[in-house]
Design a protein around this ligand. Structure first.
Ligand SMILES: NC(=O)C1=CN([C@@H]2O[C@H](COP(=O)(O)OP(=O)(O)OC[C@H]3O[C@@H](n4cnc5c(N)ncnc54)[C@H](O)[C@@H]3O)[C@@H](O)[C@H]2O)C=CC1
Ligand SMILES: O=C(O)CCC(=O)C(=O)O
Length: 303
């Protein structure tokens, strides 16, 4: 019998479908070193972002020779040593389309939140404070939103931002401009200079620790707003806190952290950062679609 480990949870309906199809599913999270042993017992491992599949774990799996397929229920595969797994004959798949709308909606939610101080007002009102004057904000309509990366998620963000009356500019690594795209492609430097709000929608960098540090922030408009729902560390966390403290950055919103759960006290206590605990894809709809894609991947793989 084909055995599947869903190591970071999976939508219940998808688990039932797999069981109905005759697969054995173990829905259990194991930490290292226990995972080193457990992984030897499975043909497929399905992970979200919590479980890291690094070379030593793959070496352990190779000892039984059973593992054939690693599935990332999500987009970013930076928690998996993909090249190494594939070199060793283990296939790696992800579910790139399922969560785009959910992440885009979270990014838009964060834009509203930081423009209107909603994150701080929520906290301080619970302490009995009434900060009406302090929490005067700005409108999104008429402002320029710069999107870094212009793939599936960013294009969903652009659609929604345009509907809100925002001017959208975008940049990406390849210089690719989608056909009939109404928004303007700019270089990264132009984006830093022109954008009132900047939102990141690209993978983790393989070759350097961060994309946006002190130098890049210096190039931005005074009072810029930053949103990162892409990957932790793309914005240098210390440089961001310094820029918030100096007023160069008005406010920031972060769903993804250099270390998760974050232990960076400067970040999680800063009153001008809107925080969410990596929940971009955590909606019923996205998880349903991810589950369906995972079932399709497994069915096709073992057909
Ligand atoms: N917060 C969350 O829960 C989630 C976060 N994500 C993150 O969002 C990222 C983007 O997802 P999609 O839009 O689906 O990916 P995609 O592959 O459709 O688009 C990625 C875009 O980033 C651009 N890019 C790549 N490297 C770049 C660089 N160095 N500089 C500038 N642009 C660069 C590409 O050209 C492309 O336009 C994922 O890689 C993942 O890290 C994805 C899903 C959920
Ligand atoms: O699985 C998750 O919740 C994280 C989603 C994510 O970051 C991704 O799909 O790249």
């Amino acid at each position: 019998m084909i055995r599947i480990l869903t190591a970071d949870g999976m939508e219940q309906g998808a688990i039932r479908t797999l069981e109905d199809l005759g697969y054995e599913v173990v829905n259990e999270h194991y930490e290292l070193p226990e995972l080193n042993e457990k992984i030897k017992e499975f043909d497929v491992i399905v992970v979200r972002s919590a479980t890291k599949i690094r070379e030593p774990l793959i070496d352990e799996a190779l000892k039984s020779g059973r593992l054939k397929l690693i599935i990332r229920g999500g987009v970013g595969v930076d928690n998996i040593d993909v090249k190494y797994a594939e070199e060793k004959g283990i296939a790696v798949r992800n579910t790139p389309n399922a969560s785009s709308a959910s992440v885009a909606e979270l990014a838009i939610g964060h834009l509203f939140t930081i423009a209107r101080h909603m994150h701080s007002a929520n906290v301080t009102m619970r302490k009995g404070e009434w900060n009406k004057k302090k929490y005067s904000g700005i409108e999104l309509a008429g402002k320029t939103l710069g999107l870094i990366g212009f793939g599936r998620i960013a294009r969903e963000v652009a659609l929604r931002a345009n509907a809100l009356g925002m001017k959208v500019i975008y940049t990406n690594r390849s210089g690719h401009k989608p056909e009939n795209e109404p928004n303007r492609y700019v270089t990264m430097e132009e984006l830093f200079k022109e954008a009132d709000f900047i939102s990141l929608h690209m993978p983790k960098l393989a070759d350097k620790p961060h994309l946006i540090g002190k130098e890049e922030i210096e190039m931005m408009k005074d009072g810029v707003y930053l949103v990162n729902t892409a990957r932790g560390g793309l914005i240098d966390e210390d440089a961001l806190c310094d820029a918030l403290d100096s007023g160069k950055v008005s406010a920031a919103a972060i769903d993804v952290f250099k270390e998760e759960p974050t232990k960076n006290e400067r970040i999680y206590t800063h009153d001008r950062i809107s925080l969410t605990p990596h929940i971009g894809a955590s909606t019923e709809e996205a998880q349903l679609r991810i589950g369906e894609e995972i079932v399709s991947i497994i069915k096709a793989f073992f057909a």
